[in-house]
Design a protein around this ligand. Structure first.
Ligand code: DX5
Ligand code: ZN
Length: 213
């Protein structure tokens, strides 16, 4: 079986020492760094923007997995590319009929493009785009906050996505991932996992990351 990618979410980190938190993730075996960008409109919370990604870029060589939970992502994609993102994932619900343009915009910058769906959105709505993206991000909580409970019925979308999958597609799951829910998602076919609370609340970060693999 291929190795699963572990992408810790810095949303659960201590932002007063973000550089050290990223070093700690890197030393303890993280594969990617997951950056949750929220605008207070698409989701009921505000987090960080491109300047923070630019700062993070200076302290790590790990791929930056940027999750845009924002309206009008097309206005900000360029900023996030210049800041050093390696993967930019947008929400289908935020762009709908503009989806093909957004995918092209991200890929034209030479980085990976991801599409994400909220718990209430069906795979059917995005199936036509799966062949064009590098990554599909399945939300297993309502986006907006870390530390929520995993919704198993959302993870079942993984099996459906697999039907439209090519060899290279990354199926990433985000929300409520721990040792138990990680196993469930991997069995269904996920090959990348985001985890915030589980990794940052662990006494032993290395062990927590390893237990997700
Ligand atoms: C939620 C974010 C997640 C969140 C995951 O809107 O997209 O990445 O940080 O946090 P946990 O792993 O604590 O559910
Ligand atoms: Zn996320």
């Amino acid at each position: 079986m291929n190795k699963v990618i572990i992408s810790p979410s810095i949303l659960s980190s201590d932002f007063s020492k973000l550089g050290l938190e990223i070093n700690r993730l890197e030393e303890n075996g993280a594969d990617w760094i997951h950056v949750d960008v929220m605008d207070g409109h698409f989701v009921p919370n505000l987090t960080i923007g491109a300047p923070v990604v630019k700062s993070i870029r200076k302290v790590t060589k790990l791929p930056l997995d940027v999750h845009l939970m924002i309206e009008n992502p097309e206005k900000y994609i360029k900023d996030f590319v210049i800041a050093g993102s390696d993967i930019i994932t947008f929400h289908y619900e935020a762009v709908k009929q503009n989806t093909s343009n957004i995918i092209k915009m991200i890929k034209d910058y030479g980085i990976k493009a991801g599409i994400s769906i909220k718990p209430k959105t069906n795979v059917d709505e995005i199936k036509q785009y799966i062949k064009d993206v590098d990554l599909v991000l399945v939300m297993t909580v309502e986006p907006g906050f870390g530390g929520q409970k995993f919704m198993a019925e959302c993870a079942d979308k993984i099996s459906e996505i697999k039907k439209y999958k090519n060899d290279k597609l990354i199926i990433e799951v985000d929300g409520g991932i721990n040792q138990v829910t990680a196993k469930y998602c991997k069995e269904l076919g996920a090959n990348a996992l985001v985890a915030g609370n589980y990794i940052f609340s662990a006494n032993n970060m290395k062990e927590a990351i390893n237990l997700l693999r």
